[in-house]
Write a protein that binds this ligand. Structure first.
Ligand code: SF4
Ligand code: SF4
Length: 310
């Protein structure tokens, strides 16, 4: 029996649910699980590339084990406020970890996946870039390795941030970038650092959709004193997407819908998850990231050109 992603993330969900202070309700969306059970068709060349890159991917399961330990270690904090000095240290830590942007939002039951809970009222959201060069040829082993690498990095970011906050007497639990208790694209939007594109991925100013999100739940009550992210100036992306549609045209499984739908809960989506999983089960995908004009890190240029034309 091969590696099961769903089984790997289950201990994290169990621990977060066990400590939940905020829990999903009848308006919450259903979590779409990864499709499993298909045998990968890797060539000998792919296997060699994988072996050569083992140092990039072996840390993923260890970071997940660490996440579960940190959730278990999370205690109600001795303080719910950050001082300016602690926040300055916190920002330095984020920079050293390679966080490109971050924000926060208040977790409400309908934002959580059905059957999921979290231990604290606020979610800190971190975005870190993937290497767009790895997406030149997709699907490919190089691209899969880059994705594995970013899961390791972003899982590590959530763990290190939670460790830091716990050491300062603040209640904090990490949520690994694999196996979120809520929709991470929407989390980036709620945190004011992104707008969700037609491909249902979070488009940030720095990285477009070529990044991954990790989350830390915390009970810090004065985040507003230090962090103010607003995405109202990014809403033009919605109009850009209506005219562009490249991801939809290039998607090999027809998984990107023309109009957004609300499948369940209250979050709109343009993805047919079952069809998207078809693109993933054998060899990964990533075509919509490669094709999205925002992946090239030229947000301002696209905005200026779009404004001129409209
Ligand atoms: S990942 Fe691939 S299959 Fe899924 S929506 Fe993007 S292009 Fe389509
Ligand atoms: S490829 Fe075009 S339509 Fe799709 S998300 Fe990117 S900008 Fe929007």
């Amino acid at each position: 029996m091969g590696f099961s992603l769903n089984k790997a993330v289950k201990p994290q969900t169990t621990e977060l649910n066990r400590k939940a202070m905020v829990f999903s309700n009848e308006f919450s969306p259903i979590k779409r699980l990864y499709v499993e059970g298909k045998k990968e068709r890797f060539s000998k060349k792919d296997l060699m590339v994988m072996l050569k890159s083992i140092s990039k991917i072996y840390k993923v399961p260890f970071s997940m084990i660490k996440t579960v330990k940190l959730i278990k270690a999370d205690r109600p904090g001795t303080t719910k406020r950050l001082t300016q000095e602690t926040f300055n240290d916190f920002e330095e830590l984020l920079e050293s970890l390679g966080v490109d942007d971050y924000g926060f939002f208040e977790v409400t039951p309908e934002r959580l996946f059905k059957g999921c809970g979290v231990p604290h009222k606020y979610a800190l959201v971190f975005s870190s870039r993937m290497d767009i060069d790895a997406f030149k040829e997709v699907p490919s082993m190089e691209c899969q390795l880059e994705v594995a690498k970013i899961y390791s990095k972003t899982g590590d970011i959530a763990n290190k941030v939670a460790t830091y906050l716990q050491s300062k007497g603040v209640g904090a639990s990490p949520n690994h970038s694999m196996g979120g208790q809520l929709d991470y694209s929407m989390a980036a939007e709620w945190a004011g650092i992104a707008v969700t594109g037609r491909h249902s991925m979070a488009i940030t100013k720095k990285n477009g959709p070529c990044h991954r999100i990790s989350v830390v739940y915390t009970d810090i009550e004065n985040l507003n004193d230090y962090i103010s992210r607003k995405n109202s100036d990014m809403l033009w992306i919605n109009d850009f997407c209506k005219k562009c549609g490249k991801c939809q045209r290039k998607c090999p499984t027809g998984a990107i819908l023309k109009e957004s739908v609300i499948l369940d809960g209250t979050n709109p989506t343009r993805i047919d998850y079952e069809k998207c999983c078809e693109g993933f089960v054998n060899y990964g995908c990533g075509i919509c990231i490669k094709e999205c004009p925002f992946s090239n890190g030229n947000y301002e240029e696209l905005e200026q050109a779009f404004l001129r034309m409209n």
